[in-house]
Write a protein that binds this ligand. Structure first.
Ligand SMILES: *Cc1c(COP(=O)(O)O)cnc(C)c1O
Length: 406
């Protein structure tokens, strides 16, 4: 199968300055993220949404709207379209009377939606002939980068804070990454990646410091629209760290409208963070365009433990344009909801996924959305990656058992 390509160039997300697509790029001269641009008018005349949606291959099916041109650069590890799962009982418990669905991204390779972004970022790195990749990570991104890098015959150097979840460090090692625990926070790890660049000759794949991870995350928006019959829900709750997914989806909605695939209606976008690390929420509430660094970040939801996001202004812009909000929920609330979704509907989400549900509960109570709204919650990683509370019971098989007490 050969695909048509419409990728033309990159734009600075702040100044609009144009950048070439035929060499590796990081941030713009203004220090802001670059975004990939396509000839959508040409694409509109030549490609068909339903033909594309009927393909197999998970997020790689959207090839015409992705930057990777050559088939040999496409790295695959069994990508799928992730399921939409109803949680009818827990929805009711949160006061929702409409349809509440979880988009369960934990079923992707490396058990998190980081696979979408890193598959694209690493495949593009391969297309440029890069051999050595590096990044700071709170956990899941390092695992996904290592897996796809090894798939493509590249080296992966991963730097994580000391308190990164054990399982992320181990899975990264097992997928061929060189992982280092650093005595510091995520931005200290980021500084090391920058400092080692010259000596090590690696390419920096940090969140939004290169343009293609956001393109991979964009596929979440396309997939969701297709799964809902080319409509969008009324509200999306997204667990926000660096914001790649929220920014990517917002971009996807505009591109799909330009292609004539969807109409002008947009969901309210809710950026969800923990009260232990809520820089975007603080900036949103203060009406600021940029977020200050959050000091002493502390939350069990590691995926949202990002004290400073390089694309803060893009997250805030999308949330405001959509009529949504940035909401912070406490770790206690997250933990309660984590149990509730599992106990009431049999779905094990991660704490970040539970946080989106907690924020929905808050949004309904505060009147930010109608109780009967159609809502999509993003569960971005597997609950199995976290230390889970032990609520087990014991039984002594040598004693008489009082069956009615079980
Ligand atoms: C990375 C991550 C997030 C945050 O995603 P961004 O797009 O960087 O905001 C949320 N949850 C999980 C499980 C993650 O791994």
């Amino acid at each position: 199968m050969t695909y048509r390509h419409y990728f033309t160039h990159l734009d600075c997300s702040a100044t609009g300055e144009r950048y070439e697509k035929d060499r590796p790029q990081n941030l713009s001269a203004a220090g802001k993220p670059l975004l990939a641009r396509y000839d959508l008018q040409k694409a509109k005349a030549e490609i068909d949404r339903d033909e594309i949606w009927a393909r197999t291959g998970g997020f790689w099916k959207w090839r015409e709207l992705l930057p990777v041109a050559r088939e040999e650069d496409v790295l695959r590890l069994g990508e799928i379209d992730t399921p939409l799962i109803d949680i009818p009982v827990a929805a009711k418990s949160a006061g929702a009377t409409g349809r509440v669905i979880v988009k369960d991204e934990s079923r992707l390779p490396t058990a998190s939606f980081k696979a979408r972004g890193l598959a694209l970022g690493v495949s593009m790195a391969k297309s440029f002939g890069l051999k050595r990749l590096a990044m700071p990570t709170a956990g899941n991104a390092g695992a996904a980068m290592s897996a796809y890098a090894r798939r493509g015959g590249m080296e992966a150097y991963v730097f994580c804070p000391e308190d990164a979840p054990e399982v992320n460090v181990q899975e990264t090692c097992l997928q061929g990454g060189k992982v280092f625990r650093v005595n510091g926070l995520i931005h200290h790890c980021g500084a090391l990646v920058g400092a080692g660049k010259e000596a090590m000759g690696w390419f920096d794949l940090s969140t939004l410091k290169e343009p293609y991870r956001a393109e991979g995350k964009k596929t979440m928006g396309m997939e969701l629209a297709a799964q809902l019959g080319w409509r969008l829900p009324q509200a999306i709750f997204y667990p926000t760290g660096g914001g790649t997914g929220l920014i990517g989806m917002w971009k996807a909605f505009d591109e799909m409208e330009e292609l004539g695939w969807i109409g002008p209606d947009r969901p309210k976008m809710f950026a969800v963070q923990s009260t232990g690390c809520a820089p975007i929420v603080k900036a949103f509430n203060e009406g600021a365009d940029h977020a200050e660094e959050w000091m002493d970040a502390d939350t069990m939801a590691a995926g949202m433990r990002v004290p400073k996001a390089v694309a803060d202004f893009l997250i805030l812009r999308a949330v405001r344009e959509s009529g949504g909000a940035a909401l912070a929920v406490t770790d206690e609330h997250i933990e309660r909801c984590w149990h509730r979704i599992g106990a009431e509907d049999g779905l094990l989400v991660g704490p970040e996924g539970a946080a989106t549900y907690a924020a929905m509960e808050m949004a309904i109570a505060d009147g930010l959305i109608e109780a009967d709204a159609d809502v999509v919650l993003y569960n971005c990683g597997s609950g199995l990656k976290y230390a889970m509370p032990d609520t087990s019971r014991t039984l002594d098989r040598h004693k008489d058992i009082d069956w009615n007490s079980l």
